[in-house]
Design a protein around this ligand. Structure first.
Ligand code: CA2
Length: 148
């Protein structure tokens, strides 16, 4: 089973700014932690992708067709603006879990709106880096039970 984990704009800055909101762990540290967690599954391969560009994220989602079984995505600021990423998720018709480090429902009004969550199988928000591991657990269970 192949899972792609996509992180959107500015998440490459994690651990360097705003630790009070996003934590003090870098994106590479989070990726290493996810990889370690994924080892409990014999049959799961993880790939990571980070981009600050909406078009590159759309291209990557499209490229998942026939190549990946599911996607975990933190679209970052594009969560609240991107019809293009929403349409790409819908188009590939793969199970996608949306993750946010912070609790987007407990912040500014504009962050409470997600363009992408309605085309995902679920959203995990507010649990910091643990949200990615929770998303991986949920996505793998979903795929293994044949999308039940
Ligand atoms: O809580 C999340 O994971 C967000 O997706 C993070 C986005 C924000 O726009 C969303 O509303 C919620 C922002 C990512 C910016 O990350 C930074 C990391 C370090 C320093 C500055 C920004």
């Amino acid at each position: 089973m192949k899972i792609l984990i996509i992180n959107g704009p500015n998440l490459n800055m994690l651990g360097r700014r705003e630790p009070e909101i996003y934590g003090s762990t870098t994106l590479s540290d989070i990726e290493a932690e996810i990889l370690e967690y994924s080892k409990k599954y014999d049959d799961v391969q993880i790939e990571f992708f980070q981009s600050n560009s909406e078009g590159q994220i759309v291209d990557k989602i499209q490229a998942c067709l026939d190549n990946f079984d599911g996607i975990i995505i933190n679209p970052a600021a594009y969560t609240h603006t991107s019809v293009a990423i929403r349409d790409a998720i819908k188009a590939v018709n793969l199970p996608v879990v949306e993750v946010h480090l912070s609790n987007i429902n407990d912040r500014e009004e504009f962050r409470k709106i997600s363009y992408t969550a309605p085309v995902c199988i679920g959203q995990i928000t507010g649990f910091g880096k643990d949200g990615y591991k929770a998303a991986l657990f949920c996505l793998i269970s979903h795929i293994k039970c044949n999308n039940c």
